[in-house]
Design a protein around this ligand. Structure first.
Ligand SMILES: [Zn+2]
Length: 182
């Protein structure tokens, strides 16, 4: 993928003219072209950041409404007298039950929408940040595909266990050395 240095539109390899601003697309960037492109991408990244924050606040509000809803579900039970004594039954006619319904539906919706926004824009932001690094490092608007998150996490987990095994081995070696010397 290549960025248009003028409007920061990302196009496929081999596209020679920007479909948005009609600028000729050349991967190699002059020094004075790197800065404006990076700045435009930073602005885009901040825009995504705002959407991530919005998503996170929806998650917080949604969870709160859900918890309130669940509390009111239990408040909707009323004790009634029967021949066998008192029992609790769910009374769907109470205002508590309506609070439960509204809380769960609105809270659940906010939670789903918020999670979607936060994840969607976090993934988009991750690619932009990866691209900015590449553009700065190579002074070229041609960027490789960002490595998949599964690959990144897989490598991190692999590294963690490798270091853990190494630490355990070193500790047992030290214990052996101590025994020998004493
Ligand atoms: Zn363009």
């Amino acid at each position: 993928m290549i960025y248009c240095h003028k409007c920061a539109k990302k196009v496929k390899d081999g596209v020679s003219v920007c479909p948005i601003c009609a600028e000729t697309i050349v991967p190699e960037l002059r020094d004075d072209e790197v800065r404006p492109l990076v700045q435009t991408l930073h602005k885009r990244s901040n825009y995504y950041r705002n959407w991530i924050d919005r998503g996170l606040s929806y998650i917080v509000i949604g969870s709160t409404l859900l918890i309130i809803g669940v509390i009111f579900y239990f408040l909707s039970f009323q004790s009634i007298n029967t021949e066998e004594g008192q029992t609790l039954v769910l009374n769907k006619g109470t205002s508590e039950f309506w609070v439960f319904m509204v809380g769960v539906i609105s809270g659940g919706t906010l939670l789903v929408v918020g999670s979607f926004l936060a994840i969607f824009f976090a993934l988009k932001r991750r690619i932009i940040r990866y691209d900015v690094e590449a553009i700065r490092a190579h002074k070229s608007s041609h960027v490789d595909k960002a490595p998949s998150l599964f690959v990144v996490w897989g490598k991190a987990i692999h590294k963690f266990f490798k270091e853990l095994v190494w630490k355990i081995k070193r500790r047992s070696h030290k214990a052996k050395d101590n025994k020998v010397s004493s």
